[in-house]
Ligand binder design. Structure first.
Ligand code: PLP
Length: 354
């Protein structure tokens, strides 16, 4: 605490990202990074872009990348916004679409823990309809009057997917609110709502290259929606920083979106490993929430999640433990390579059998 901090800086509660330890080498299953490297074409593109042109500012409209993403999804360039990771893009959505001192926005009580951080930062009131005991969405709780809706689909940290008919019912009941779908994990077995954009001008779909395209280190996310929503985001971005994406990131992201074969192969690999891991965890007695993400949410009937977390860490495996109401006996485990999951299961097996 410093007397020089503003009231805002003194009172906000910043988000705490999963740890990136430096003390020793862990099997890192705690931040939902992709265990496979990015497409070799991404590395080539970044190397080719690392030249004298770095003295020049990048294109502030990111028009070439937006066009590539638009084509990929069958949209127009003005229906695509690109940002420096989807976290920053989601942050821009708050001042772009939600009103301070207005009606509360709605998101589930158990979801991405960055959402309440943004709300407090931007002074946006919020309400959190409760998931049921199986972590399913209470769809009808989103039919009430609200100032906006935010849904992670698949949800984090549970991995549960809400089907598109349910999403569409929420859109139909909320023509006066912007409905944001955070599809950070949709490529691991979910179905994107991008096809609904034609029908609903209040739908914004947000995706990221951090997970399914192995580019967490590049920082690139994008939003898809009606051109008016995209313009709202551009207005906010251009009031803060015109150049959120650098030349190297633009080149790398473009190459990633163009390598469809590599994307399909690596996402299929993760899905296969996830399903095999879930079966082996069930055989060890764990409760496993059905997941369409690159992580699984698990609980043991006897051993507490906190103890498991600590013992796994001692055994060289990092997973994510949230000491939060309702989920403090659960662990979120990112899906690594087959070899990493073998090691995780062997350490975990020796802990639960003790
Ligand atoms: C639900 C959800 N949305 C968004 C993000 C942010 O991803 P990024 O900023 O890397 O694009 C994450 C990252 O963990 C996430 O879990």
């Amino acid at each position: 605490m410093s007397r020089y901090w503003s009231r805002l800086a003194a009172t906000i509660k910043p988000y705490v990202p999963g740890e990136q330890p430096k003390d020793k080498k862990y099997i890192k299953l705690n931040t939902n990074e992709n265990p496979y490297p990015p497409s070799p074409r991404v590395i080539e593109a970044i190397k080719a872009a690392a030249d004298d042109s770095l003295r020049l500012y990048p294109d502030p409209t990111c028009s070439s990348l937006r066009q590539t993403i638009a084509q990929y999804f069958g949209l127009a360039g003005n229906q695509v916004f690109v940002g420096n990771g989807s976290d920053e893009l989601l942050a821009f959505c708050f001042p772009a679409f939600f009103n301070p001192e207005g009606l509360p926005i709605l998101f589930a009580d158990i979801t991405y823990s960055f959402y309440p951080v943004y709300c407090r930062f931007f002074g946006i009131p919020f309400e959190t309809p409760a998931l049921d005991d199986e972590f399913r969405m209470p769809v009808e709780a989103f039919f009430k009057t609200n100032g906006g809706i935010l849904i992670a689909n698949p949800n984090a940290p549970t991995g549960r997917f809400l089907d598109l008919p349910a999403i569409e019912s929420i859109l139909q009941r909320n023509p006066d609110s912007v409905v944001i779908l955070d599809e950070a994990y949709v490529d691991f077995g979910g179905e994107s709502a991008v096809g609904l954009i034609k029908k609903y001008d209040n739908l914004l779909v947000v995706q990221t290259l951090s997970k399914s395209r192995s580019l967490a280190g590049l920082r690139m996310g994008f939003a898809l929606g009606h051109a008016d929503l995209i313009e709202g985001l551009c207005r906010v971005k251009d009031s803060i920083n015109s150049y959120t994406l650098d030349r190297l990131a633009l080149a790398g992201a473009q190459a990633a979106m163009e390598d469809e074969a590599y994307f399909r192969e690596t996402t299929a690999g993760i899905i296969k490993t996830r399903e095999a891991t879930a079966k082996r965890l069930e055989a060890l007695g764990f409760r496993v929430i059905p997941s369409t993400a690159n992580f699984i949410f698990i609980a043991h009937p006897v051993q507490s999640a906190e103890t498991l977390f600590t013992k796994l860490r001692e055994g060289g495996v990092l997973v994510r433990y949230f000491k939060l109401p309702r989920i403090d006996n659960w662990l979120r485990v990112s899906i690594g390579t087959d070899a990493e999951m073998d090691r995780f299961l062997s350490v975990l097996g020796s802990i639960v059998r003790q």
